[in-house]
Design a protein around this ligand. Sequence first.
Ligand SMILES: [Zn+2]
Length: 387
Amino acid sequence: MKTVKLYDINPYRDEFTAKVISCTKAGENFEAVFNETLFFPEEGGQDADKGVIMVTGVSKEIPVLDVKIREDVICHILPESIEEGAEITGKIDYARRFDYMQQHSGEHIISGLAHKLYGCTNVGFHLSEREETLDFDKLLSEEEVRNLELKANECVQKDIPVKAYYPDEATLASLDYRSKKELTGPVRIVEIEGVDMCACCAPHVPSTGRIGIIKFVDYIPHRGGMRITICCGMRGVKDYVTKQDVVSRVSAALSAPTEKIPDALDALFADRLRVNEERVKAGERYLKVLSEAATKENGNVVIFGEGLDTKLMRDSVNDEMAKRDDYIGVFNGNDTEGYNFIIGSKGRDCMELAGKLRGELSAKCGGKNPMIQGSVQATALEIRAFF
Ligand SMILES: [Zn+2]
């Protein structure tokens, strides 16, 4: 027996009474079927309604864990069994239902407009408590996406009625409506006049004004088309509040009004780049001074410094290697904390030296000819003596 879909008849009620047709064990839970229900099942990319049921005469509330639909029979997943034939009162979480209606009606407006304005087809839809995404078969430009968002909000402000009905076969055949799949049996049409006409089974707001706001929060290329993430109604307001908070903090940190944030960031990054370049140049000058003052131990050049950049150390070793065949070592650190180092040579065996460093100074090092690197816990005097 088909379940009467009360959410189809009046989606703005939050309570109903019904008779238990059956209740069977399914895994750890139970599946209860009523003669009629307000609970919208998981269907068409949308999560099921949440809520509770109460058996008449029993004050206990039983949570509805999930709701499924199988060939027009709606199953309520319950954590416990209820008696067949009993009367129940069901209560849906209406705040959540209303939020879902806002999101879903928003989706119809965008899909209808994307189709009319840009010839895009909606090929995917997902709505959960966390997120709402719409997939289209075409990738639009940034300007087109922005226009779509503005036009969708114009539809909200016009407060156009959202009508749901089951046309007879002849009428249905004459209608130009969107549908994701080939449908059989009675088709429920959701119409937003002049904006969209779509085959859909879900509850919707009574008119577009009740959506409040449609906010695009992201759009990315997706499977040859694009995916738009949106939030409507209070979700949109909350998103705005969160983002305003972020903007205010960034604005205060940069001492710039909102509209000047991009310029202030450009200036900040340019300054950072300049400081970094200066730091590199200062490092190069420092290493040059160090190498000029470097001691030669048996012809090997040993340079000591502190706070040296690894890339600069490597560049310095390369420079010196071009001038002589002996070992060139750059040691960075101090006698207390030890040194990290890079040693190179174009004429001598660095691998042999690595073995000796490990044996005599307990250094940790690796690499291969003509360059090795590592660290050692020894004083500058001990390192010089080693060379
Ligand atoms: Zn729909």
